[in-house]
Design a protein around this ligand. Structure first.
Ligand SMILES: [Zn+2]
Length: 428
């Protein structure tokens, strides 16, 4: 509680007289912080892009223990979710883009299925504290039971290989949101960060994928998609689409962000943008190939992690964290601050209003800014928005109401009756 909102260092160093003079202001600030925290705790807070499952396949990693980004790159665990007032969100089944060969696609399919299984195993192992969620109403029901809420999403549909109907299987496992691409164009369509523009939008399979999302009641997610794919998803989807972790191009011109005109179209269609905290998308970061090469070498050493013993894995990750710190000293990069993050959120809020903006910090996927390094700081967003004049009702929408409205629209708008779910469809 009140982490980061106590006296500033300068105030502490000032003389006694200054301290006495500052006392009412400090007390007022404390009062605001306490009120913000109390309000935050009344909300059901969901983040629409959590890359936490990547840690689930790490030997010995336990979500019930407190970790630190500084020593093991982790930004979400149960203790920090409680501290930050994060009730849950969409846990991503993420697969990196690989070769578009049968071997590459089959390997990706297996990786994604293992990731989906790892999510279920984590929840089963910690069923007193976590529960799978499938329907929009599950969030409030599970929050009332004081359980953390685990919806599932797909980041990069490359694992569907050549068979779009595999999405039915992922739906049966609980997936309720899916995006077609990641950093590179694939068999479904074009990526925002791939200059090739292979398909000039969605591929024929990508159009089938979108229709199947609508048929099943899966929210189509246009984060990472090219502008053309965004346009085609918006035009083709029978229900609102989402940007699960994106920013505003008007604040920082980056292909991963969305321009104002498209943002307005997204809102007009009932969708929502969930603001990403990945520094490179928030502020200008000069390219440094030497740094990138060195960083690639550090992370390459973690590739065999899942085959290591818990002790080996812990040591390898700690070594990598140390190496990253040294790299940051050798090649410092400008990092976005909490205010830079809020600049994107406030711009979106001004443009399209609190019915169409939310939170998708990209924790464990590259998110994190100075002043908001992990999910323990999530409640600061509430405090900042209250300062800006937003009210509890607005915050309820921003922190989860909007994405659940979009999920309800996806489920209500199903173009066919839902297929029977293989298992676990009831909620617990
Ligand atoms: Zn992403």
């Amino acid at each position: 509680m009140n982490k980061g909102l106590g006296m500033s260092r300068r105030t502490m160093l000032a003389g006694g007289a200054a301290l006495v003079a500052a006392a009412p202001a400090i007390a007022r600030r404390r009062g605001h912080a306490d009120a913000a925290r109390a309000l935050h705790d009344r909300l059901v807070c969901l983040d629409t892009h959590l890359d936490v499952p990547m840690h689930f396949v790490r030997p010995g990693w336990d979500i019930m223990r407190r970790h630190s980004h500084d020593t093991d790159f982790s930004q979400v665990d149960y203790p920090r979710m409680v501290e930050g007032g994060l009730d849950g969100g969409f846990f991503a089944i993420y697969t990196p883009q690989g070769p578009l060969t049968p071997e590459g696609m089959n390997a990706a399919r297996d990786t994604a299925l293992l990731r989906a299984a790892a999510i279920r195993e984590m929840v089963a192992r910690n069923s007193a504290h976590f529960a799978l969620a499938f329907a929009p109403d599950d969030a409030a029901r599970l929050a009332a039971q004081r359980k953390r809420i685990v919806y599932q999403s797909i980041e990069n549909s490359y694992p569907l290989a050549k068979d779009v109907t595999l999405l039915r299987g992922f739906y049966a496992l609980g997936v309720r949101m899916a995006g077609p691409v990641h950093f590179k164009d694939n068999q479904l369509g074009d990526s925002a960060t791939d200059k090739n523009r292979t398909w000039k939008g969605l591929s024929p399979m990508g159009h089938d994928w979108l229709a199947l999302c609508n048929e099943l009641g899966v929210i189509p997610d246009a984060s990472h998609s090219s502008d053309e794919v965004f346009d085609q998803m918006l035009a083709g989807s029978k229900t609102p689409i989402i940007l699960s972790h994106s920013g505003c191009r008007a604040v920082h011109d980056h292909p991963r962000n969305i321009d104002d005109q498209r943002l307005k179209q997204l809102a007009d269609a009932g969708g929502t943008i969930q603001i990403n905290s990945l520094s490179e998308y928030l502020v200008t970061t000069p390219e440094n190939p030497d740094r990138e090469r060195a960083q690639g070498a550090i992370f390459a050493k973690l590739r065999g992690l899942s085959a290591m013993t818990p002790a080996q894995a812990t040591e390898a990750v700690a070594d990598a964290a140390k190496a990253m710190k040294a790299l940051n000293r050798q090649y410092p990069v400008p990092r976005a601050t909490f205010e830079d993050y809020m600049a994107h959120m406030l711009h979106a809020l001004k443009l399209v209003g609190p019915e169409h903006v939310g939170v998708g910090c990209d924790w464990d996927g590259g998110g994190g800014v100075v002043g908001m390094e992990d999910c323990a700081s999530d409640w600061k967003i509430t405090a900042r928005l209250l300062k800006e004049g937003y009210r509890e009702d607005d915050l309820r929408k921003i922190w989860g109401g909007n994405v659940l409205r979009v999920l309800k629209a996806a489920q209500d708008g199903r173009t066919k009756a839902p297929a029977p779910v293989a298992s676990g469809g009831g909620g617990e």
